[in-house]
Design a protein around this ligand. Structure first.
Ligand SMILES: *Cc1c(COP(=O)(O)O)cnc(C)c1O
Length: 219
């Protein structure tokens, strides 16, 4: 039997984890995080059928993606990294989904950019789920106010996103993010990366963000 490609292997692991949790594999979107990897590596996955990609920097995406987006208009590009308010307009122009809304100043900048460009881009609110000092993400205690503000500004928030603390079991953090999303009636949860996406799928992830397990480790 031929070895599975990395993409096929990840898809199979997602399907198996979904089955264990009695979920449907098609309710889990695989976001292929292509940061630092060249267009040729992305093209290879597109040719294999992958349609959702993630980048963590606006500038890198602006350099790498215009030709790819023109050639493959059905490909979705997600921003998974922290976003500076002064890049909000570039981000709204380039990306089809933004996973990193985490503070009022960015909310204001995104609302202004979406109004100006006449383009509503679905958003995840990133939550600092492990209450880590240096980490991006909204504090859990600030989440209700930020969601209210987003609703007032008519921003399409579809779910919550997190990056749990490194080096410890991620499951409790995924469970907490899922509960917060439930509490606020948000249908989508962006959680799980190369090391822990199966756990995330079992705990209700709708979007897993997988980089190195698909593209190889970054140089
Ligand atoms: C790089 C990155 C990922 C993918 O990480 P891997 O461990 O390579 O799978 C996921 N989410 C965010 C926010 C990232 O910056």
């Amino acid at each position: 039997m031929a070895a599975l490609s990395p993409l096929a292997a990840i898809r199979e692991r997602i399907a198996r984890s979904a089955e264990i949790a009695r979920r449907k594999a098609e309710d889990v979107t695989l976001v292929a995080v292509s940061k630092t990897h060249p267009a040729e590596a992305i093209l290879q996955l597109i040719r294999e059928g992958q349609r959702v990609f993630g980048e963590n920097r606006v500038q890198e995406a602006d350099a790498k993606w215009p030709a790819l987006q023109e050639a493959y208009p059905d490909v979705e590009l997600h921003l998974v990294g922290q976003l500076q308010s002064n890049k909000a307009e570039d981000a709204v122009r380039r990306f089809d989904c933004i996973h990193s809304l985490d503070r009022p100043s960015l909310l204001t900048a995104l609302a202004r950019a979406m109004d100006k460009l006449g383009r509503r881009v679905p958003l995840f609110v990133q939550v600092n789920i492990g209450a880590e000092e240096q980490k991006g993400g909204c504090a859990i205690i600030d989440l209700p106010a930020l969601l209210t503000e987003a609703r007032t500004a008519d921003l399409p928030v579809i779910g919550l996103m997190c990056v749990p603390p490194a080096g410890i079991e991620a499951a409790p953090f995924f469970a907490l993010l899922a509960k917060l999303a439930d509490d606020h009636g948000l249908p989508s949860r962006s959680m799980g990366m190369s090391e822990d996406f199966e756990t995330a799928v079992m705990l209700g992830a709708t979007h897993v963000r997988v980089g190195s397990a698909l593209f190889g480790t970054r140089g």
